[in-house]
Structure formats: C-alpha cells, structure tokens
Design a protein around this ligand. Structure first.
Ligand SMILES: Nc1ncnc2c1ncn2[C@@H]1O[C@H](COP(=O)(O)OP(=O)(O)O)[C@@H](O)[C@H]1O
Ligand SMILES: [Mg+2]
Length: 388
C-alpha cells in the first residue's frame, strides 16, 4: 500500500493514492484470490440431525455454513455466460498475436450492483489459471508469469497515479520515485517480462474523461493499448457519459458490453429469473429447504425486494439465510425475508414493485404468467429507473 504521511512538494499525491481493494491491489493478493480453493459445501443436515448436535458441534457446523454463504461461487446466469463468452473471444483473438499488434479492449458498463466486478474478476481468474497451467509459473526467460494486472480506481486519478498503481501491483521497487513516463516504461517492462495478457481496470467511473486529467489518461490508455501486449478490460458505470468514447480511437477500439437487471417483462426474462432462483436454492444449506422454496413460493417477493438487481438479491438471500439459521426456522419464508433490511436503492423500488405484483397484472413467475407481463409501465422497469 502507499506510504502514508504528508506529501512534500516534489513528493506528489500519488504516494498516498488510495486503492480500492487492499487484497487485490498486489499480484500476490490477486493470485491468492485466483488460486483459492473453493469453500467446501457443508452437508445439508435434516432437522433431526441438527437437534442431535451438541452446542459446540452446532456452532462449528454453523460456522462452516456462514463461511460457505459468504463465499458463494458466482452463479452462471444467462447474462454471465454470454458476457464471459464475449470476453473470451476478444481475449483469444489477441492473445497469440505478435506483441506489436494492438490487442482488444472491452468495457463492461452497467449500474452498480449488477455483477460487473464479479464477472470481471472471474474472467481474470480464468485467464490467470489458464495461462499458468498452460505455460507454467515462469516464463522462458525465468521471470514470474503474471497473466493479469488489476487496477482498481478510487477518486480522480492522474496518469501518474495510474502508472503508479500498475507498479504497485507488481510491488516494483521503482514505484516511489520518477516521472509518469518513467513509471509507464517500468510497468511496460513488468508486463512484457511477466507476459501479462490482461489489464483489468475496475471502477473507471471515478474518472472524468472530459477534464484535462481525463484526456491525459485517455491518451495514456491508447498508449497502453498500443504498446503493452495485453487486452484492457474496463469496468464501470456510465462510461459513455463520463466521456470514455469521446476519443475516436478509443471509440473504434473498445467493445462495450452491458449487463442488465433481471427483467420479468416477458416470458424469456421470467424464464431466466426462475432458472436463476432454482440454481440459487440448490446451493443453500438449510435443513428445511425444499425444491421451489425460492422459485415458486418467494419469486414475487424476491423480485419486488431487489427489483431484479443481483447484488441486492444476494444480500437478501445471505441475510435471510443467516436469520433462518439463527432462529432455527431453517428455511426462507415471506416472514424471514420481510425482516431483512436492504440497501436504499432497493427500498426505493420496493413499494412500486409490490403494487404491480399484487395487482396481478404482472408476475415474476413463469408458471403463473398469463399472456405476458407487458402491463408493467416502462418507468417502473428497474433498468429504466435503476439508481446510479
Ligand atoms: N453471478 C453472480 N452470482 C452470485 N452472486 C453475484 C453474481 N454477480 C454478482 N453477485 C453478487 O452481487 C454483489 C454485487 O456484485 P458486484 O460484482 O460487486 O457488482 P458491481 O461491480 O456491478 O457493482 C456481490 O456481492 C456479488 O456477490
Ligand atoms: Mg464493482
């Protein structure tokens, strides 16, 4: 991490640049994430089994369940599958090209809480593990292989900050002094010798491309795209509005990829929502769960609570499961979920969705849908009104 303390005049603010995710700002942290073993799935006990456990054993079992719940693997929703396939194609198209050929750039642009970071990281994890298992931990020249460089933005970032963050990822000894250009060429050295193939830049919405700093950074991204032997994956929200595509060269080079909230407006959307709930309920480790617990009996309520946003939904499910364990109910019910408090944005949408679903004009449930749910006014659609 950056050294704290007051910056001297020739010792600019980049030294104290806060990075977003302490565990992922360095290559070792990223490798630990990418290579972590999956949290084992605890056995689903029956109520009788649970009652037979002594308090210590029960606490131990609940600990395992809490850990599992906190580390649920991303669910491969239809959108996740499609987006991952797009990313893989863009990546594969460039990875074996000669280094002097410019590689692809993509940008995942969507509202907060729709799973951008989750998808970006799981793609980066795949790149890391695939290239290391294919080519080994060391390059032919004997350098460590680091297939992925990850930079998470926090606040308005200058070119020098950004270059520093790339060096910080490598814990490069030369990251504490030098010009922005010197930093860039050191980062290029690292990327070339470590055979980096993907640069992941998360939370790009912090940048204002329509400011002087932003223009400089946009130019810098072009330089990186041209000089570095890697694909750049940007992740952020409202990147067009922030001016990422104002630059014609970037506009020509970056493939924009979107991610929407679940929609229950048509049959296909309801089908996806239902499949998602079915795979989610299979993963829950609760003694009283039953097939259809989420997908049949709680579908409307879940949709109303999260307005189709996967982030809010997963919080609701996690908190609800913890409550169901703590209270001994061991299943998710309307009452259990009603007691869980959610984020502000989800609360804002709740009343509206409850009213629609209660009116019977729309349903989230494929099996109950008659003639589609086209009555839900567009304005109510979460993607149209989703909070920023
Ligand atoms: N495919 C998925 N499966 C399960 N949970 C997901 C999935 N995508 C996102 N989440 C959950 O939703 C929350 C928000 O996701 P995140 O990737 O941080 O969204 P964003 O970066 O778009 O704001 C995370 O806590 C994550 O666990
Ligand atoms: Mg994110």
């Amino acid at each position: 991490m950056a050294e704290a303390g007051p910056a001297a005049s020739e010792d600019p603010a980049w030294r104290a640049l806060p990075l977003d995710n302490l565990t992922l700002t360095r290559k070792e942290g990223f490798a630990a994430f990418a290579e972590a073993r999956e949290t084992p799935i605890p056995l689903t006990l029956t109520m009788a089994d649970l009652r037979a456990l002594d308090p210590a054993a029960l606490e131990h079992y609940n600990d395992d369940r809490r850990r599992f719940l906190a580390n649920l693997r991303p669910i491969k929703t239809m959108q996740v599958q499609e987006l991952s396939a797009d990313l893989t194609d863009i990546f594969d198209a460039g990875v074996d090209q000669p280094n002097w050929q410019a590689k692809g750039m993509a940008a995942i642009d969507a509202f907060p809480g729709l799973g951008k970071t989750t998808i970006g990281l799981s793609f980066a994890k795949k790149v890391h593990n695939t290239l290391i298992s294919r080519h080994g931990r060391f390059t032919e020249a004997g350098h460590e292989r680091w297939p992925v460089i990850r930079v998470g933005m926090m606040g308005d970032t200058s070119v020098k900050d950004f270059n520093w963050a790339m060096l910080e990822f490598f814990a490069h000894a030369g990251r504490n002094s030098g010009s922005a250009n010197a930093f860039l060429s050191r980062a290029l050295d690292c990327a070339v010798s470590c055979q980096s193939r993907l640069l992941l830049v998360d939370d790009l919405q912090f940048l204002q491309f329509r400011s002087r700093r932003g223009t400089e950074l946009a130019n810098q991204f072009k330089t990186i795209a041209n000089e570095f032997p890697l694909m750049i994956l940007f992740i952020g929200h409202d990147l067009e509005g922030k001016g990422l595509y104002d630059d014609p060269q970037l506009a020509r080079r970056i493939t924009p990829l979107g991610l929407q909230a679940f929609s229950i407006e048509d049959e296909a959307g309801r089908e996806q929502w239902r499949r998602f709930l079915l795979s989610l309920e299979q993963r829950l480790v609760l003694a009283n769960k039953y097939p259809g617990m989420l997908a049949d009996d709680l579908s409307d309520q879940l949709y109303a609570r999260c307005s189709g946003h996967i982030g809010s939904l997963m919080s609701l499910i996690r908190l609800g499961s913890l409550r169901a364990m703590r209270t001994g109910q061991e299943r998710l019910t309307k009452d259990v979920l009603a007691q869980v408090k959610l984020d502000w944005a989800a609360q804002q949408q709740l009343a509206k969705w409850e009213a629609f679903l209660a009116s019977g004009k729309v349903t989230s449930n494929r099996t109950r849908a008659e003639g589609g749910g086209d009555d839900a006014p567009d304005a109510a659609h979460p993607a149209a009104r989703a909070p920023g």
